[in-house]
Design a protein around this ligand. Sequence first.
Ligand code: GLU
Length: 375
Amino acid sequence: MAKLSLPYNRIVVKLGTNLLTGGSSQLDKDIMSNLSAQIARLHQQGLEMLIVSSGAIAAGRHKLGLTKGLKGIPYRQVLASVGQNSLMNVYENLFSQYNITVAQALLTKADLADRSGYLNARNALLSLLELRVLCIVNENDVVAVDEIQEARFGDNDNLSAMVANLIDADLLTMLTDIAGLYTADPQRHPDARLIPRVKRIDPEIERLAADTQNKSGTGGMATKVEAAKLATASGVTVIFADGHEPDVILRLASGEAIGTIFSPVHTRLESRKRWILSGLCVRGKLIVDSGAAMALKSQRRSLLAAGIKSLQGRFQRGDIVNIQDPQGIRIGCGITNYSSADIETIMGSHSGRITALLGYDYGTEVVHRNNLVIL
Ligand code: GLU
């Protein structure tokens, strides 16, 4: 079928639990059927669609008729294990009406943490898109254990941002049951206004999000904004919108302004830089002085030892580190040429002194600008 001229080609649609259940205790088939029809239509128009769907835990809880905690068995894992199957069953039935084949991909943070895991997942998802299979992604809650925070996304907001980053999506629509980001919590402040566009996620936007209590889903507004930050920094446009809005996915895909649109920060980042940015395996932090922060941000310079004030964490040469300004704001991240032990010795010094201080050197840059992503 001929592709229509639409602003986005590759779209990740994130569907939250509260939307899929309509606020009830089970999956709402009518809502799911409506959302699926819209996604099917775009798929049939030639767009590359991918779904990140919650709802497994809600479906599992309903199926088992459980309201009380399960003694001795990790509750979330059991519910997800039972419910994921039901969730997929609903999608399978809905999309088969349109002759669309669906696939399931269950990911954990740990799977993506090293570069090869990241590339493997990316290849699988891109191959599915190429075969015109509609992939439905969820976190593998059965094995992603609560206790190991680093191994688990914990919410599908961050997972969807990571998937958008992985497949280099043009648009990530995060659909929930509220209309978008407001100037204040709309539940408590009736005069709160919807913010139609956010050009850059700055500390003020993060504060607004933190102030907005959101009963919707696991994440809440602060988590959604954190996820939007990753996606927009990867070159993806992000939209928060109410999934109950009529034809919302179709209208967003055609460029209509609904909800809150977050503009992408970078045009497009090469895949390796998107992986650096994903923050999946950040091992430490370099705190730089204001001169270095300025040089990194406005002049796209490499980070030199002279500009580093302090560091946190233990890391090796080749690891990914966050870079923070003196105010404590993360300004970027990159691959370090020196280990934390080396940097402790050379920080604050001129690059010309590295060999004298260490007895060797790996170049004048601690983080070369080719391996650096500035937010
Ligand atoms: N993965 C969870 C589920 O399928 C949902 C997590 C979330 O909504 O953020 O139920």
